[in-house]
Design a protein around this ligand. Structure first.
Ligand SMILES: C[S@@+](CC[C@H](N)C(=O)[O-])C[C@H]1O[C@@H](n2cnc3c(N)ncnc32)[C@H](O)[C@@H]1O
Length: 286
């Protein structure tokens, strides 16, 4: 049996490695964990695997992601059975028909759709998808993809970890209102598109814009100032977020950690060894 955290979705840019580094650095435990840009949930699964919190508030605006987490939470066997069926039927033609039907209307908590989404991403080119401005998902099958093998242990394990979680479809603004002064907040917002004119890029039709980002930074700073521990992943060092925390590099991710937590991690021998010497180059702002 694997002893790694469960991995449900093949997700380009997942923050599993960032989370693993922070765990090795001695991330402490919390009563409550918040992840408002959930994506594949790699950080949640990593921290949850280490039992670092008693309950979690997870959210995302993407209905497929929310449906997937809720379905695995409530009916992992049904999701697993549907995945086994995908493994039996797996072919280019089957993939194309699932990619077509994923755009049919999505009601709340549909395990079949959850399995469709997992299957599609498992075989997708670059482990990613595009969404049109009208919200249609576009995926193409990686021509070099190998036989589809469902990760059934991961579904079961993920379901167990999700029992203590509230999974909601909501915008980050609402989710941040729930953050308390002793909680841990993990943020990995979508990167801003260089070319906002492109027809089919981005995570959803209401794109995450620069003004959303500025608002997120303000709310993050307020949460950190009120005592929450915050981890914020970004594509580079963002000067707006420099005052109440510190930036480091973990692999290719710039990671901002609020002051109190940074001091805690810094004092841990493992953080110096793992994060600074092996993976993080300390980053300073001028
Ligand atoms: C960079 S991904 C998160 C990836 C995740 N950390 C992982 O390791 O898989 C950003 C997520 O934010 C979601 N999102 C975009 N705009 C949002 C908003 N306004 N509020 C909440 N979530 C949003 C997207 O649907 C996407 O799943």
């Amino acid at each position: 049996m694997s002893r790694s955290p469960p991995r449900i979705l093949n997700w380009a840019g997942s923050k599993g490695r960032v989370a693993k580094t922070l765990v090795a650095a001695g991330l402490p435990g919390y009563d409550c964990y918040h992840e408002p840009f959930l994506g594949s949930g790699a950080a949640f699964f990593c921290f949850g695997h280490e039992k670092l919190f008693a309950k979690a508030f997870l959210s995302d605006t993407n209905p497929h992601i929310v449906n997937m987490f809720r379905s695995i939470q409530s009916d992992p066997s049904l999701v697993s059975n549907k995945l086994k069926l995908h493994a039996l039927l797996d072919s280019a033609v089957h993939y194309a028909s699932v990619a077509y039907r994923i755009n049919e209307s999505l009601l709340d908590q549909v395990p079949e759709k959850s399995a469709d989404f997992i299957y599609l991403l498992a075989g997708a080119f670059h482990s990613t998808w595009y969404e049109t401005l009208s919200g249609q998902i576009r995926l193409s099958r990686d021509p070099g993809v190998s036989e589809y093998k469902p990760r059934l242990w991961d579904i079961q394990k993920a379901s167990e970890q999700l029992q203590s979680a509230h999974v909601q479809k909501r915008d980050f603004r609402l989710s941040l209102e729930q953050v308390g002064s002793n909680d841990l907040l993990f943020l990995d917002p979508p990167y801003l598109n260089a070319s906002e004119q492109q027809e089919q890029r981005g995570y959803n039709s209401k794109r995450f814009s620069r003004s959303d980002f500025v608002e997120l930074v303000e709310r993050t700073s307020a949460a950190a100032a009120s005592g929450a521990d915050v981890i914020f992943c970004w594509s580079g060092i963002e000067p707006l977020l420099s005052k109440v925390g510190r930036w480091s590099w973990i692999g290719r991710d710039a990671v901002w950690v609020s002051d109190g937590l940074f001091e805690h991690l810094r004092s841990a021998e493992t953080f110096l060894e793992v994060a600074f010497e092996k993976e993080c180059k300390a980053a300073t702002l001028k």
